[in-house]
Every structure is written in structure tokens, then in C-alpha cells.
Design a protein around this ligand. Sequence first.
Ligand SMILES: *Cc1c(COP(=O)(O)O)cnc(C)c1O
Length: 392
Amino acid sequence: MAAMDDPGPRGWFGSFGGCFVPEALVPACEQLASAFRAAMADADFLAALAGLQRSYAGRPTPVTEAARLSEVLGVRVLLKREDLAHTGSHKINNAIGQGLLAKRIGKTALVAETGAGQHGVATATVAAHLGLGCTVYMGAKDVARQELNVFRMELLGATVVPVTAGARTLKDATSEALRHWVTAVDSTHYCIGSVLGPHPYPWLVREFQRVIGDEARAQCAELLAVAAPDVVVACVGGGSNAAGTFAGFAGTQARLVGVEAAGGAALTDGRTGVLHGALSWFLQDDDGQIRQAHSISAGLDYPGVGPEHAWLAESGRAEYHTATDEEAVAAAELCARTEGILPALESAHALAWVHRAALAKDLAGGATVLITMSGRGDKDAATMREFLRGRR
Ligand SMILES: *Cc1c(COP(=O)(O)O)cnc(C)c1O
């Protein structure tokens, strides 16, 4: 299998992926896979998708030349501006795609899991726009931490269900959302928020996020007058913005770099295992129990990574690094002050790695580096304030 191709009918990226679900969900996963395949070959569906991306989500998002930041870092930085998409991050790309797909297969409602609330808000947004019902499962701990996002979802007409099982965070919310799907599968589409879960989700979500990489590749070619930047960097939580970005450049010579949170680095500190329907890399204790991830950015504290990233790491087509909370906050500040762009703390991890690699000469002086700015930092302002108050 060439890098970032179709994972085939069983959804295998090398030895990762698959579809490990209860029997009751096997037909739903199979129906979804064939409906998705048909939709992506249907000009009407693709036109509807492109139409919403343009007139509703605000695509294409620009690539911004970061001149002052480049001067500081000694490499030429280009930013792919997903922070400018509707709802403030790349999550809307996937939510629009799955919303349209749900309607096409006759579903009347969406169910989703959310951690910090970003995917929940994107799903509730698209459900409202398309006239679909929406239920969002969220760990009780996250409900308390992310009050404002809970209220946003409710304003958008969604029902938010707090999950009190387990550690009461994203992993537990995902398990509950899968359970809900089992009981309501005839009417409900499960809108998963990253390149995670059973086949066809890791493939389907990557394809709906591919628009980031496809746009960026054309925009970079125009700006640089060569086929691709030297290095393409994105942060990795579950891995959807990175997968969408990498998909546009997998066929080029560009070095592909994913950056995980140091406290949630499944590809550095994890082991192979099965969780939420797929075989991939997960943080685990000595007994194989899933270990809680910790990061200042809620979007990066899923304890695993999508199966395609496990494959890209194993095959060597992409490399994965980490950045600490401290480095991410410093990178966000640097970007804000040099560019007038306050990135989401998730995205700041990508920038933090570039900063470190440039200093260490792991990036050659003057190299061209595309960074996917996965979202805007407004949501993290209070977190950053608290963090910096503790330091200064
Ligand atoms: C959710 C989120 C992420 C992490 O998710 P991926 O699936 O790894 O892309 C990164 N950045 C932002 C802004 C997010 O909201």
C-alpha cells in the first residue's frame, strides 16, 4: 500500500486499523463504508460538499507567509490557516462531510463524543445547519471544565450527556457514544471527531480533512514555485488535521512531521493495542489498561493515535515528536507577538517543535516549513493566563 492510499475493504493501514466492534455494529460500519465510497464517486455529493465548504465554512482557508516569525526562527514559515474556518478549527471540515453523508444514507440524527468540546460544537453546528438531531457525550469532568462549550452546544440545539464512568473524560465519552450508536443505529449516524475508531472512520475522516492538504499543496506551489515545502508539520491528537495535511503531501518529497503533546504521546510512550474499534498505538500501564493522557491542550489528551499514523511512523514516511506544555505556551506567545495570530494550544505544539528543531539545526537555515494552524487560540486564553500567572 502506498502512503495514504485507500486502506481497502477491511480498513488496514499496514498492520494497524481494522474494525473491532460488537456484532450489532458490523452492518452499520459496512453500510457506512460502502455509502462513503459511493458518495465520493458521486458528482452531486462532491458538489454539495464543496459548496458548503466554500459558502458555509469559509474555504479555502489561506496560507499566510509568517515573515516576522521566520526571521526569529531562521526558517521560512508558512501557516495553513484552519483557525479561520467556521467555528475556529479544522473540525468543521469533517463535521460537514459526515453531516452530508448521514443525510444521504437517511439518518435523522448525529451522535458524537467530545473532549474539550470543539468537535461537539462543530457537530452541533452542522446538525443545526442541516436539520439533524444531535446528542453529544462528554465526560463529566470535561463538562465541568468546559462550561462555555457545553452552553454553546445547547444554544445550537444539541443535547449534552455527561458521562460519569471511568475517568469521566474523552475516552469514556467515546465508549458511551459508541454504546448509544448501537441502540439507535437505524436513525443515527455516529460522527466521530478524529481519524480514530473502527473502519471506515479513520479513512473517511482523513478524506474529509484532505481538503487542508490539497489546498495547501496548490497554495504552496504558487508561493514557492516548487512542488512542496521542505517540511510539513502538524499537531497530533487523534491525528485528523495532521492526516488531512499529510494526505496532500504524501506523494511529494516533503518531510512529514507530527507533533504530539509530551503528556499524551502515544507514538513515543505507547504500545499497540485495541481501543474504540481499531488496532493502533495507545498509552497503557503494565497491565494493558489505558493510561490517562495529560496536556495543557484538551484537544491533544486522547490516549492514542489514529491507526494510519501508527503505520506512517512504522513505515518511516512520517516522523513524530513531542512538545511540552511549557514549549507550546511559549510558541503560542511568540506567534501572537510576531504575527498577530494567537494559535490554539494544540497547534502551538507544531510550532514549538519547529522552534526547537530550528535552534538545533534539525531544520536547515532557510528551509521552507508549512505548519497547519489547526485552530484559533481564543478558547485557550484563560488557560494560558492561568499557566503564565503560575510562572511569572
Ligand atoms: C481537536 C483539535 C486538535 C486535535 O485533533 P486532531 O484530530 O489530532 O486534529 C488539534 N487542534 C485543534 C484546534 C483541535 O480543536
